[in-house]
Design a protein around this ligand. Structure first.
Ligand code: XMP
Length: 513
C-alpha cells in the first residue's frame, strides 16, 4: 500500500482518487499522525507528500519524519511536498515575494528523459496546474531538473538513485491533463501492479468482517440507499444469518419503494429483514407540523427510537453495521488556530452505538462513493439500483412544504413517479444528478374540460452536481417540460399546475426544505 502524507491541501483527496483509479490501494494520513513508529508499522511501498497552505519558513512548519527518506521506497513530493523535501534534503526554498503562481502553466522538458515522464511531452510541452507562493531556488544534492516552466525553473525534479521525485505543480487535478500518466509511472516504479480490484476488495472485506465479528450477531439499519444496501449484502455474504437488517419505513418513501426494497432483499438476497412499518407513528407525530427544522428533528428522533425498539428484539446483538465511507473518516489537516487534527466521524444512526452498547462494523470505510457502486456491481446489484439518484433521510417530508397530509403525500408520489418515468423515457436519468417533484402548499384555479378545478401546484426539480454542495438546474427542453406537465396534470388527480424550479445552489438548496 501507498501512504499519502497530508499537509492540508484542498486537493489531497484527489491524489487518492487518482491512485485508486489505477487500482492501487492508498491511505491518506495527516502529517502529525505520521510518526516514525506509524511509518514502520504502515510499511508503505511508496510515499506521496501532498501540497498544503504552509510555508517552510513558518514556525513549526509541518514536516514528515526524516525516516520517510530512509525507507528505500519511492517518494513523490507535490507543491508544498516538493518544497519540504528540498528543505529537508539540503536544497533551498525562497519566499514568494509577489511571485506567486496560480493556475495554468506549461512545462517543457530538459534534455534528459526519465521514466516518470513516459508519455509526457509528446507535444513538446505539457499543461499543468500550479498553485504556490514560495518556490524552490536550489535543488537538493542528488537531484536533477527534468522539466521547467517560465515561473518554476524546478517544475519537475528527481533523484533517480534514491527514486525521489518532486514536482511544483498538482498532477492530481483535472487541469493537469496528463497527470494520471505521471502517477501511473510513479506507482509502476514503486512496484505496484494495479491488483487492488473490487473482486480482491470483496474477498478481503469478507475476511475482515469474519475476523472482527466472529460468531456474534450484527444489526444493520437498511435504508434502501446504495451505501447501506452494499454494506448489508457484503455482511450477509460474510456472516450469513448472524446479520439482521432493520428497514425503518417512515411512510415518507416514494411510490412502491418500500415494497421494492423489502422484496429485493428478502427474495433476491435472502437477507433476514425486519420491515419496521411505522408510518402511522411518523405521520401522526408530524400531523400539523409545518416548520422544516421541526419536521427533521421529529423524523430523526423517531428514527432512532424505532430502530432501537426493533434492534432490542434481536437478542445478543453485539455489533451495529454502518455504511460509513472513506471521505467521512479521513482525518483532515486543519490550519485554523494552528495545526490540529479534526476527525469527521459519521453516525447514520447518530450516537446509537454508544447508547446501545454496540460495537461498530464499517465494511465500506475504506471506499469512495464510486467504489461502493463498483462493489455493488461486483455483488450483483442491478445498475438501475446502483445508479439511483440520492434520496434524503427525511424523505418526502421535505418535499412537501407546509403541513404533511396523507392526501398530499399520495399526490406527490404519483406526480414524482410520472416525472421520473418521463426522465427515464427520454434517456436523461443518468445525466441528471437528482430529480424529484415537490408538492406546493397552495391550490390554484384551473380549467379541465368544461369544469373549473382548484387543485395543488407542484414544482419539478432537476439538478446537476458533483457532491450536492453546489448545483445547477438541469436545462430541459421546453418540449420535455411541456409534455411532462401535460402528463402530470392528466394522470395525477389533485394537481392542476406544474412549474419548473430554475434555482441553482447557492442561493437555493436542492431540496425545498
Ligand atoms: P440540499 O437541499 O441541502 O441537499 O441542497 C443536498 C443533498 O443532500 C440531500 N439531503 C439530505 N440527505 N438527510 C439526507 O440523508 C437529510 O436530512 C438531507 N437533506 C438534504 C439532498 O437530497 C441532496 O441530495
Amino acid at each position: 500500500r501507498l501512504l499519502i502524507i497530508d499537509f492540508g491541501s484542498q486537493v489531497t483527496q484527489l491524489i487518492a482518487r487518482r491512485l485508486r483509479e489505477l487500482n492501487v490501494y492508498c491511505e491518506i494520513h495527516p502529517f502529525n499522525a505520521v510518526t516514525p513508529a506509524f511509518l514502520a508499522d504502515f510499511a508503505p511501498k511508496a510515499v506521496i507528500l501532498s501540497g498544503g497552505p504552509s510555508s517552510v519558513f513558518d514556525d513549526g512548519a509541518p514536516q514528515p519524519p526524516a525516516e520517510v527518506f530512509e525507507l528505500g521506497v519511492p517518494v513523490l513530493g507535490i507543491c508544498y511536498g516538493q518544497q519540504v523535501m528540498m528543505h529537508m534534503l539540503g536544497g533551498h526554498v525562497e519566499r514568494g515575494h509577489g511571485t506567486a503562481e496560480f493556475g495554468r502553466a506549461y512545462v517543457t522538458p530538459t534534455e534528459d528523459r526519465i521514466d516518470l515522464l513516459n508519455g509526457w511531452f509528446l507535444e513538446q510541452r505539457e499543461q499543468v496546474w500550479m498553485s504556490h507562493g514560495d518556490h524552490v531556488s536550489k535543488i537538493a544534492p542528488g537531484f536533477k531538473v527534468y522539466g521547467t516552466s517560465p515561473n518554476a525553473p524546478f517544475a519537475i525534479t528527481a533523484d533517480l538513485d534514491r527514486r525521489f521525485y518532486a514536482v511544483q505543480f498538482h498532477p492530481e487535478v483535472h487541469h493537469t491533463p496528463n497527470g494520471r500518466t505521471l502517477y501511473e509511472n510513479f506507482v509502476k516504479d514503486a512496484g505496484f501492479t494495479g491488483d487492488w480490484t473490487m473482486e480482491a476488495y470483496r474477498e478481503e472485506a469478507i475476511r475482515k468482517i469474519r475476523d472482527q465479528v466472529g460468531n456474534k450477531k450484527v444489526i444493520c439499519a437498511l435504508s434502501g440507499g446504495v451505501d447501506s444496501s452494499v454494506a448489508a449484502i457484503l455482511l450477509h455474504e460474510a456472516i450469513g444469518d448472524q446479520l439482521t437488517c432493520v428497514f425503518v419505513d417512515h411512510g415518507l418513501l416514494r411510490l412502491n419503494e418500500a415494497t421494492e426494497v423489502v422484496t429485493m432483499f428478502r427474495e433476491h438476497y435472502n437477507l433476514p429483514l425486519i420491515h419496521a412499518d411505522e408510518s402511522e407513528l411518523f405521520l401522526g407525530k408530524l400531523d400539523g407540523v409545518s416548520d422544516p427544522e421541526t419536521k427533521r428533528k421529529i423524523i430523526g428522533g423517531l428514527f432512532i427510537d424505532v430502530f432501537q425498539k426493533y434492534a432490542n428484539q434481536i437478542e445478543g446483538a453485539e455489533f451495529l453495521a454502518q455504511g460509513t465511507l472513506y471521505p467521512d473518516v479521513i482525518e483532515s489537516v486543519s490550519f485554523s488556530g494552528g495545526p490540529s487534527v479534526t476527525i469527521k466521524s459519521h453516525h447514520n444512526v447518530g450516537g446509537l452505538p454508544e447508547k446501545m452498547g454496540l460495537k461498530l462494523v464499517e465494511p465500506l470505510r475504506e471506499l469512495f462513493k464510486d467504489e461502493v457502486r463498483a462493489l455493488g456491481r461486483e455483488l450483483g446489484l442491478p445498475d438501475s439500483f446502483i445508479g439511483r439518484h440520492p434520496f434524503p433521510g427525511p424523505g418526502l417530508a421535505i418535499r412537501c412544504p407546509g403541513e404533511i397530509t396523507r392526501e398530499k403525500l399520495e399526490i406527490l408520489r404519483k406526480a414524482d413517479a410520472v416525472y421520473i418515468d418521463q426522465i427515464r423515457k427520454h434517456g436523461l436519468y443518468d445525466e441528471i444528478w437528482q430529480a424529484f417533484v415537490a408538492i406546493l402548499p397552495v391550490r390554484t384555479v384551473g380549467v379541465m374540460g368544461d369544469g373549473r378545478t382548484y387543485d395543488f401546484a407542484c414544482a419539478l426539480r432537476a439538478v446537476n452536481s458533483v457532491d450536492g454542495m453546489t448545483a445547477d438546474y438541469y436545462p430541459f427542453t421546453h418540449e420535455f417540460l411541456g409534455e411532462t406537465a401535460t402528463r402530470i396534470i392528466n394522470e395525477v388527480k389533485g394537481i392542476n399546475r406544474v412549474t419548473y424550479d430554475v434555482t441553482s445552489k447557492p442561493p437555493g438548496t436542492i431540496e425545498w426544505e
